[in-house]
Design a binder for this molecule. Structure first.
Ligand code: AMP
Length: 128
């Protein structure tokens, strides 16, 4: 179910627990600002999630409250992870789902990196 991304940060969310080391993750990158790990239910040959280390629910929360260094560090980490995965030349897709209409399910900001195959239309049409 999509979440209400305007609610306060919930420290019991799955990605908060991964950040605290309480749940396992297949980590591919970690620095001061970001953690990146393989999605548990991959939708492409490469499907990596990048999350900021700070307590931010959504893109809106992050870009409102995070320090410039956190924003820059996080965005650089996304690029670095995609580069390290060999996705620059073939290309890749970034996605951040935000709130109800965005169908965000985990209330800790995350950017999906998809790669390893050709993608088609950017946003599927609505179901009848
Ligand atoms: P979203 O709809 O953008 O909130 O996507 C949440 C993503 O988190 C989905 O692609 C899930 O497969 C992924 N996910 C949920 N739990 C875990 C987990 N424990 N480790 C890795 N990925 C997860």
């Amino acid at each position: 179910m999509p979440i209400d991304a305007t609610l306060p940060y919930d420290d019991s969310n799955i990605f908060a627990r991964i950040l605290r080391g309480e749940l396992p993750a297949k980590t591919v990158h970690e620095d001061d600002y970001a953690l990146a790990f393989h999605d548990i239910n991959p939708q492409a040959p490469v499907h990596i999630l990048v999350i900021p280390k700070g307590r931010y629910v959504s893109w809106d929360d992050f870009t409102t409250k995070a320090r410039d260094a956190e924003v820059a560090g996080f965005i650089r980490a996304v690029g670095q992870v995609a580069r390290a995965a060999g996705l620059v030349e073939p290309g890749y897709r970034l996605l951040a789902n935000i709130g109800g209409h965005g169908h965000q399910e985990v209330p800790h900001l995350h950017v999906h990196i998809f790669g390893g195959r050709q993608f088609r239309e950017m946003v599927p049409p609505p179901r009848d």
